[in-house]
Design a protein around this ligand. Structure first.
Ligand code: 4HQ
Length: 245
């Protein structure tokens, strides 16, 4: 997987590439990660990347020429990569989209600033418009980091076997069960007995139960259209929870 981020603030990504899961993935050659400064593709003495909006109004708009030139330059090296524009107008990012993006050969993230990018870029150079949520950021960079983090951990071989992504929250469209570690008693509160039993069948059953109940209580929307198998329905019925209400 090749990640390339087009931004006018490449320095934002230096610490991001140098820590945690991203660094481990780069060191293990599971991903490549780089930035391209859009300003390097802007003409004129000041390498201007933005201008006033046609039709008037407040704020500035990112000019199409530097964006087009920088996207073309990257696509020339990575013709099979998908271009992703970070924008509040995009489909809202979730684990399902992360899993799909993780199958791509490469992703080129276009990080807008100001009021956004010239619409002609969206029309002719963008494969995917993605939002990380219904709020307004100052730029697409943080959104790109969120997506790169979530996608990288899904790439085979990036997470060690012990912390594989299969049992994540949302891996089966359920929230994760509660987690506990030592000490066994913390400020008078005990770890659930079943987790100390060594009975893996019971532990798995408890974990599924906790995931289902937590999802029902915290994110019932995730259950609304999710097929529920017999075992799961029995658990929900045991808790007298009707998910179809
Ligand atoms: C120009 N700039 C405006 C603000 N912006 C976002 O709010 C955003 N990006 O991805 N999810 C989001 N929400 C990114 C682009």
């Amino acid at each position: 997987m090749n990640f390339v981020v087009l931004t006018i603030f490449p320095e934002m990504f230096i610490p991001f590439w140098e820590h945690g899961i991203i660094k481990r993935a780069v060191d293990r050659s599971k991903i490549s990660a780089s930035t391209v400064n859009i300003r390097d593709f802007a003409e004129g003495r000041h390498h201007t990347t933005d201008d006033r909006p046609y039709g008037g109004g407040c704020g500035m708009v990112m000019k199409p020429e530097p964006l087009a030139a920088s996207i073309r330059a990257v696509k020339k090296k990575q013709p099979c990569s998908r271009t992703v524009l970070l924008t509040p107008q995009g489909r809202v990012f979730n684990q399902k989209i992360a899993r799909t993006l993780a199958l791509s050969e490469g992703l080129i993230f276009v990080c807008g600033r100001y009021e956004g990018v010239d619409e002609r870029i969206c029309d002719s150079f963008i494969d995917d418009e993605i939002s990380i949520g219904d709020y307004v950021l100052t730029g697409g960079e943080v959104a790109a980091m969120v997506i790169i983090d979530a996608v990288t951990r899904l790439i085979p071989g990036v997470l060690g076997g012990a912390d594989s992504a299969e049992k994540d929250s949302f891996s089966e469209d359920l929230l994760e069960h509660a987690h506990y570690t030592r000490p066994r008693t913390f400020e008078g509160t005990e770890v659930p007995e079943v987790l100390l039993s060594g009975n893996h069948k019971e532990i798995e059953k408890w974990r599924l139960e906790m995931s289902l109940i937590r999802t029902f209580l915290k994110r019932p929307d995730l259950l609304k259209n999710r097929p529920v198998n017999t075992q799961e329905m029995e658990i929900l019925e045991k808790w007298c929870l009707d998910i179809r209400k």
